[in-house]
Design a protein around this ligand. Structure first.
Ligand code: AHM
Ligand code: MG
Length: 338
C-alpha cells in the first residue's frame, strides 16, 4: 500500500510549482500530526499524567493538548525551513521566524492545530485543519500579513487530520482529494481513500440547532425543508452534529451531507474562521465535487481582511449547498454582505 511520503513524492511532478520544498513541507505536517496523534491517544490519562502547569512523573512540564499541538506544528514547520510565516488559531499575531532558512521559505501556512478541543476530555474526535499558500513578499525577509491575507483561490494545498477511531490525513493540492489512514503500529500514513468524491446529494444536515431562534429566515426555511416528508428526495433528512468541524465535515464528505455554521443577527459572521477553518474545508469540498458558500458567495473567493476573520459557512454536497443558498437568497437577502 502506498504511504503518504511515497504519494507526495510521486505527485510532485503533477504540481505546478514542482519542488522538493513543497513536498517536504507536506511531509513535515504529516510528521507533526503523528506526534499529536500520540498525545491525543493518551489524553484520557491526563488525570494521571498531569494538566498544563503541572509536572509529570519525569519532571517534565505538562501542556494542554491544543498548546502541545500548536508547538508541534510550529516546530515542524520551522525545522523544515520551507515556511516563512504561520497564522494559527492559538496565536493572536502572525508567527515569523528569526532564522534565515525560514525567511528564504516560499510558503505560508494557516492552521488550526487542534480544532474542537473542548471535546478532548469527553473522548470525541478532534482535528487539525490547515492550508498552504505561496508567499507574496520577497524571499529572504520575514513573512508578512500580505502573505497570509490571500483568498482561498490562491491555496496550493489544504487538508485536515482527524483524530478519531483511527487517525486520518486528508488533503488536496488542487488535483482531487486523497485520504491516508495512520497505521500506528508502524507509524505510517497509508493511502486508504484515493480520489474521494462527495455525493452530489445526501441526507445528513449538520448544524447547532439550539441556535435556531437566532438563525436568519433562510436557514430556518432550509431546516424546515430538510425535515419535510418527501421520500423521493430522501427527506426527512437526518441530523448529525458532533460539534467538531473536522469530524462533522469528514462524515458528510464520505456519506453526503451539508455542514452549516450560519451568521445570526448577534454574530453576522458566524463562528468559524475563514483562513484556517472554512477555506481548507471549502477547498477539499470543491475538489471532491462539492460546494462551499457563505450563503451567497463562494468561500474560496472571499478576500480576507484580517487573520482571524470569521465567516458563515454552508459546505458539503453540491445539491444541498445550492438548496441552502436558494433559501438564503429568497428569505435572507438582508444577510448578504454589502
Ligand atoms: P474551536 O476552534 O474553539 O475549537 O471551535 C470550533 C468548533 C468547531 O469544531 C465546531 O464545528 C464548532 O466550533 C461548534 O460550535 P458550537 O458549539 O457553537 O456548535
Ligand atoms: Mg477551531
Amino acid at each position: 500500500m502506498k504511504t503518504l511520503v511515497e504519494f507526495i513524492n510521486d505527485k510532485q511532478a503533477d504540481f505546478t510549482y514542482a519542488s522538493g520544498e513543497f513536498s517536504r513541507l507536506l511531509n513535515d505536517i504529516g510528521i507533526a500530526a503523528k506526534y499529536v496523534h500520540r498525545e491525543v491517544n493518551k489524553a484520557g490519562l491526563a488525570d494521571i499524567m498531569g494538566y498544563e502547569g503541572t509536572q509529570n512523573v519525569q519532571g517534565e512540564d505538562q501542556k494542554k493538548l491544543d498548546v502541545f499541538a500548536n508547538d508541534q506544528f510550529i516546530k515542524a514547520l520551522k525545522h523544515g525551513g520551507q515556511c516563512c510565516a504561520i497564522v494559527s488559531e492559538e496565536n493572536d499575531d502572525l508567527i515569523t521566524y528569526d532564522n534565515q532558512t525560514s525567511n528564504n521559505g516560499k510558503y505560508v501556512v494557516a492552521i488550526d492545530p487542534l480544532d474542537g478541543s473542548s471535546n478532548i476530555e469527553v473522548n470525541v474526535s478532534i482535528g487539525t485543519v490547515f492550508s498552504v499558500y505561496r508567499r507574496k513578499s520577497e524571499q529572504g525577509g520575514k513573512g508578512t500579513l500580505e502573505d497570509v491575507l490571500q483568498p482561498g483561490t490562491e491555496i496550493v494545498a489544504a487538508g485536515y487530520v482527524i483524530y478519531g477511531s483511527s487517525t486520518m490525513l486528508v488533503y488536496t493540492t488542487g488535483n482531487g482529494v486523497n485520504g491516508f489512514t495512520l497505521d500506528p503500529s508502524v507509524g505510517l500514513f497509508l493511502l486508504s481513500h484515493p480520489e474521494i468524491k462527495i455525493p452530489d446529494g445526501g441526507n445528513i444536515y449538520s448544524i447547532n440547532e439550539a441556535n435556531y431562534i437566532y438563525f436568519p429566515d433562510g436557514v430556518k426555511e432550509y431546516i424546515r425543508y430538510c425535515q419535510e416528508d418527501d421520500p423521493k428526495t430522501l427527506r426527512p433528512y437526518t441530523t448529525r452534529y458532533i460539534g467538531s468541524l473536522v469530524a462533522d465535515f469528514h462524515r458528510n464528505l464520505l456519506r453526503g451531507g451539508i455542514y452549516m455554521y450560519p451568521g445570526t443577527k448577534k454574530n453576522p459572521n458566524g463562528k468559524l474562521r475563514l483562513l484556517y477553518e472554512c477555506n481548507p474545508v471549502a477547498m477539499i469540498a470543491e475538489q471532491a465535487g462539492g460546494k462551499a458558500t457563505d450563503g451567497f458567495r463562494r468561500i474560496m473567493e472571499i478576500k480576507p481582511e484580517e487573520m482571524h476573520q470569521r465567516v458563515p459557512i454552508f459546505v458539503g454536497s453540491k445539491h444541498m449547498v445550492e438548496k441552502a443558498e436558494y433559501f438564503m437568497n429568497y428569505y435572507s437577502k438582508d444577510f448578504k454582505p454589502k
